[in-house]
Design a protein around this ligand. Structure first.
Ligand code: ZN
Ligand code: ZN
Length: 179
């Protein structure tokens, strides 16, 4: 049986409480070791002047060049507004073939929408988006179940409606991919 490992690459600041909760949630839900490292990376290579946003694909492509071990599932966490061609913005992006994914914290904060800070909500959203992208790295697709973490989030409303867990069907698929 292959032993996968989740590696989180912090490309930004994140508070200890949020990180601890994220780590234990991912360990729990994937049943895998989670390792966290911090990196100061200049993301300006991915900046799109016209859109005033950063290309998720370009950041993934650059990270993929450094990846050697196919048993590692990478999650990059950045705090810049991400886009993907054809979409106004993205919460995250994953490439199952390389095993690299990214999420952005920028649009998970209430302050982004001119609302007062809400740490609990921020941490919930963080756990959901991270679990979702890592789910894609285990070849899970989008799920019709609105409560399932693999449900597609068109907006934060969808993110807030879904749980941070896999539905029974996705859980089974995940189990099969891990073994
Ligand atoms: Zn998705
Ligand atoms: Zn599901």
């Amino acid at each position: 049986m292959k032993k996968f490992k989740i590696l989180i690459f912090l490309l930004c600041e994140i508070n200890d409480k949020a990180l601890a909760e994220l780590k234990s949630h991912l360990q729990n839900v994937f049943g895998l070791d989670v390792e966290v490292t911090s990196h100061s990376v200049d993301l300006s290579f991915a900046y799109n002047e016209r859109r005033k946003q950063y290309s998720g694909e370009e950041i993934l492509r650059k990270a993929e060049k450094n990846k050697r071990n196919s048993h590692e599932k990478w999650l990059l966490i950045a705090d810049v507004d991400l886009y993907s061609d054809g979409l106004n913005f993205i919460f995250g992006l994953a490439n199952p073939y390389s095993g690299v994914s990214i999420i952005s914290l920028t649009r998970l904060r209430q302050q982004f929408y001119g609302k007062p800070e809400n740490e609990k909500l921020f941490i919930e959203r963080l756990k959901k988006e991270a679990t979702h992208e890592l789910g894609h790295l285990f070849y899970l697709g989008h799920c019709m179940d609105k409560k399932c973490v693999m449900h597609f989030s068109n907006s934060l409303y969808d993110t807030d409606v879904k749980s941070d867990y896999f539905c029974e069907r996705c859980q089974k698929l995940l189990f099969n991919m891990k073994t």
